[in-house]
Design a protein. Sequence first.
Length: 345
Amino acid sequence: MAGPTRAERLWEMEKLYLVKAYSDIEMGGRLGVDRSTAYKDRRLLMTEVPFVQNTDDRWRIDRTRYLSSIRVDLREALSLYLAARRASQQSRAGQGSTASALEKLASALRQPMTERLVKAAERILSRTTDPVQDKIFETVAQAWVEGLSLRLRYRGLRSQTAYADLFAIYLIEPSPWSDSVYIIGHSDHWNDIAVYKLDRIERASLSGESANIPEDFDEQELLRYAWGIWRSEKKPEPVQLRFAPGIATRRIKESIWHPLEKVSDTDDGGCLWEAPIAEWQEMLPWIRGWGSECEAVGPTELRDEMMGEARKIAAVYGWHSSRAKAETENHSLAQTFQDFFGDRT
């Protein structure tokens, strides 16, 4: 019975080198060929695949630079295209890597998807890049792939100064509501699970320490009652929002906004949206975006918060003063009529 062809052998070697490092003797023994053949095959494979050498004369594929080849059908191609287009609109971090990924993916797809992705890559490359953020992007990716913790400095949105942290990345997640990217994992600074926005990391380096991701880590359970990626230890409470008939209700029904949401029709043609949320404060920008088309029904604290927002917006636009002025003018006009016609009635 004939043995595997060289092409088949190279394909098997690629899969093996992805898992761990091998010497040429070990690889030859694994494939049933001599050391010389394994050496020649590895050298040929190295012309297409990035390798790194361990100190013990073993070789493995460099997973940080490795891009596997894939074959996709038309529907799969469109799904990848849509994901890539979304990536092209993501945060400013890693622009060069994003552009390069788009160009490589474009070569595997079909027209007009190829052309659109190439143009998206060109637009990304035309933007002003931030070398510091690009390096942080690369370091974060390497830490996650290699299972290493990060030493980083982070400054929150409302913080005046940055603080140091040793961070084990469990998950890298894009925000569903914005162009932001977040890392989720264990923070030594907080001694708990934390969520950091990638753009707010000021410095990052590999610690050399294992990230030790828990075997029972379940991202779906972690974010079960979260709004987007914002989780909380608070007990979830039902958030109820009433949407006006027409465009707002139609738009709500077009998308899934939360995995545990429930949408029911109301008598006026609108709908009531409900979901258990642990921290509804993070929902406020989304709720505000609907304007008067969305009414916060509950919980009471959320309704009070939105009523306060409505009063502030009215004050910004001078609604109260305009209304008071109009009432004064109407009163003055009524008094004038009374004074003029009073003796004639």
